[in-house]
Design a protein around this ligand. Structure first.
Ligand SMILES: [Ca+2]
Ligand SMILES: [Ca+2]
Ligand SMILES: [Ca+2]
Ligand SMILES: [Ca+2]
Length: 323
């Protein structure tokens, strides 16, 4: 399928199904913002301003116990700090926030950075459970964050807890939900997400992609897996495939596999290059011309799923004849 036709179909699906899929992300590859290589930045938001009299409040939205269930969740306006403490065994602190329009948002919790004794975790969902996630760490921090794309106005529930059931006066936390810039660049949105291409769960239904594509996709609830098909040219070539997700705030822990078109697995990776990196990258060296299938799958330990679990799959073909 030609790229023009593919894009046309994608666009048709985008607008033809607006009611059932909400506002899906359009390609942002032509944006002026050059944010390909930058991880999601901490949005610089001031704490609450000084008060004229009396001690300053600890934050804009201090928790009000009891808040241990979703029915007692407190409202958290966007761009405001909530704060609280996990004071008793089993303490769980629920909030909700509303997003007004489709777009990228970020919710994050900090404890390590403010001297908390807690190893915090953040549970996240919307009222229809099309988003469900549990975040425990971020790149370079024990403090969890979730960056996600909302398809339209929606209400999200979040709860803060200690990963190891700890509690006490010094188990403090702060939390904020904000708008976010687009965490990655992409030039293709997964057909399965857009709704124009049907399921890509099987190799034979893989979505055709090309060298240089940056595909924005999601791993939906249940047992979603996403196959993409790429043609490699003649000669000694390498396919380089990389997932960008966890490093940019997605709760997704993914596995990347390459198959031949008979379904034989050729390569699998679940981690990146070094250290604690849950975004897999793999290189598969071969001799073309050959057609290969690339699969993005959920790791067994991932948990959760849904629209919160987005990824960007970057594909490149390198000529290795001179190596
Ligand atoms: Ca509390
Ligand atoms: Ca509580
Ligand atoms: Ca998918
Ligand atoms: Ca799929």
């Amino acid at each position: 399928m030609s790229r023009v036709l593919l894009l046309s179909l994608m666009t048709a699906g985008l607008y033809g199904c607006a009611a059932c899929y909400g506002d899906l992300p359009t390609n942002n590859k032509n944006d002026d913002d050059d944010n390909t290589d930058t991880a999601v930045e901490d949005t610089a938001v001031e704490d609450t301003g000084p008060v004229d009299t009396g001690p300053p409040p600890p934050c804009a939205v201090p928790e009000e116990e009891p808040n241990n269930s979703v029915t007692d969740a407190q409202k958290l306006p966007l761009e405001r700090w909530a704060c609280g403490v996990l004071l008793e065994q089993g303490d769980l602190d629920y909030f909700y926030f509303d997003v007004p329009t489709a777009g990228w948002y970020r919710v994050w919790v900090r404890g390590q950075d403010i001297g908390s004794s807690s190893d915090l975790q953040l549970a996240f969902s919307n009222t229809t459970s099309t988003y469900t996630a549990l975040a425990t760490t971020s790149p370079n921090s024990l403090d969890p964050q979730i960056v996600f794309y909302a398809e339209g106005a929606d209400r999200f529930q979040v709860s803060v807890a200690d990963t190891f059931y700890g509690y006490g006066d010094d188990y403090i936390w702060e939390m904020m939900a904000t708008e976010s810039k687009e965490p990655v660049d992409w030039n293709v949105v997964e057909d399965e997400w857009v709704g124009s291409g049907g399921s890509n769960d099987a190799l034979v239904d893989g979505e055709p992609v090309e060298d240089g594509d940056q595909i924005l996709g999601v791993l939906n609830p249940g047992s979603d897996q996403d196959f993409y098909i790429i043609d490699l040219p003649a000669g000694d070539v390498s396919l380089v495939a990389q997932v960008h997700a966890w490093n940019y705030g997605s709760p997704l822990y993914s596995t990347l596999r390459v198959f031949d078109m008979d379904g034989t697995e050729l390569r699998e990776r679940s981690y990146g290059g070094s250290g604690l990196d849950y975004d897999p990258k793999l290189t598969y060296k071969t001799t073309g011309p050959v057609q290969l299938a690339v699969q993005v799958d959920v790791q067994n330990n991932a948990g959760g799923g849904g629209l919160s679990h987005w990824y960007m799959l970057e594909l490149a073909v390198e000529d290795t004849a001179s190596e």
